[in-house]
Design a protein around this ligand. Structure first.
Ligand SMILES: Cc1ncc(COP(=O)(O)O)c(C=O)c1O
Length: 391
């Protein structure tokens, strides 16, 4: 995405700050995902934790088979706004969670045999068939950032082989009613990482995969990235389907909306600290927390690295947090209060993770429809949204 994109879109047409998601770019990603489905028979679900902009669900459900949820609220959103299949996984469920989830879910995945045993009667008593699965941990890390690595030491995510075997030794019926295995270990990875992970999963859990109806290979597959090896992914998915006779599911979040949305912000002031600092109406802490958590430096359209172009600035948010710093950028022209800037790849995770720390304004949410050059501002937020989270 470069300057010409912003001119076509016309960022002056949206409020600030504002997420703008491009339906044309979403369709491009969907076409790639559909190829994988057509070639392998795998079903792809949207991971709502990564992208939950329900105004574009009508477009997404033309291709994707459903959505996967991490909580009763996401499960309800999946059922009411997405339709199609609703899959749920959480590290643990309460009794109330399960009661709510069973109103909406088609698949429920458990993170332990204890939870499976506790909730099996409720799932089996549900008038609709709800398919039960168990998440496994292949103990194979692919070098992800530790906080995003479900196979890191001490991770609570997924049953390890020794626990799996111990559960079956204690109770030979421990897997009763279980129709699927789930593993999720990747984060922004290419398909070579999946291939290696799958080999570990098969080595450790393959003997149980034969008896299953489905295998869910989780998310973290960066399928729509330009260098992603779609052939290897298809080979892995087809192999699992053929070898075990199961329906394969993938549940990416990022890959669905990768590079499809920007966050438009406005320069409010430029202060001279040790370097020129542009203070924006967008904030790393409130509107793009992954910048601080991961951490990473998001790209700004039309910018270079610090010192690369004539005018360099640090970009910072308007919250009180001293570390509310987005990164260092340079531009051909000096920045002035009132200038608009656009951060790329902000549809995923940023939109679902916003918060109102300091009472900051939440970014509006808009769709851009390139075919008709329309911008549809779906939501703006105000004082009530801030107040309603407090009492
Ligand atoms: C169980 C599960 N499925 C799917 C996803 C989506 O991953 P991504 O957005 O990286 O594709 C995640 C992300 O944390 C996850 O934990």
């Amino acid at each position: 995405m470069e300057r010409g994109y912003l001119e076509r879109l016309g960022i002056g047409r949206v409020p600030s700050p504002c997420f703008v998601v491009d339906e044309g770019l979403l369709s491009r990603n969907l076409a790639v995902l559909d190829t994988v489905q057509q070639r392998t028979g795998a079903r792809i679900l949207l991971a709502l934790k990564g992208f939950a902009m329900f105004s574009v669900f009508p477009l997404l459900r033309t291709v994707l088979h459903g959505a996967c949820a991490s909580s009763p609220h996401e499960a309800r959103l999946a059922r009411e706004e997405f339709g199609r299949e609703v899959h749920v996984f959480a590290a643990a469920y309460s009794d109330d969670d399960m009661q709510d989830i069973l109103r909406h879910a088609d698949h429920v995945v458990f993170n332990s045999f204890a939870q499976l045993e506790r909730f099996r009667p409720a799932v089996q008593a549900c008038p609709r068939h709800v398919s039960m699965g168990i998440r496994v941990n292949p103990e194979h890390s692919e070098g992800a950032v530790p906080i995003y690595d479900p196979c890191s030491d001490g991770s609570r995510l997924g049953v390890r082989l020794r626990e799996f075997e111990a559960a079956l030794e204690r109770d030979s019926g421990a897997l009763d009613g279980v129709e699927g295995l789930h593993f999720h270990t990747l984060c922004q990875h290419n398909a070579d990482a999946l291939e290696r992970t799958l080999a570990e999963v098969e080595k450790k859990f393959g003997r149980w995969m034969h008896g299953m109806q489905w295998v869910n290979m989780g998310g973290g597959h960066h399928i729509t990235r330009s260098d992603y090896d779609v052939d290897t992914l298809c080979r892995c998915a087809a192999h699992v389907r053929r070898t075990y006779g199961v329906q394969v599911y993938l549940e990416p979040g990022e890959a669905v909306a990768l590079d499809t949305g920007i966050l438009v912000a406005t320069v409010l002031d430029v202060v001279q600290a040790d370097m020129p600092v542009a203070i924006l109406d967008a904030s790393a802490a409130c509107h793009m927390p992954d910048v601080l958590e991961m951490p990473y430096r998001p790209h700004v359209i039309g910018s270079g690295l610090q010192g690369e172009k004539a005018y360099s600035y640090r970009f910072a948010g308007k919250s009180c947090l001293a570390g509310d710093v987005i990164g260092e950028y340079s531009f051909d022209e000096p920045l002035r209060a009132g200038d608009r800037v656009a951060f790329t790849d902000m549809a995923i995770y940023s939109m679902v993770k916003t918060n109102t720390f300091n009472g900051l304004q939440l970014p509006a949410i808009a769709r851009y429809r390139p075919a008709t050059d329309e911008i549809l501002v779906e939501r703006t937020f105000g004082y009530e949204d801030f107040r309603n989270r407090l009492s």
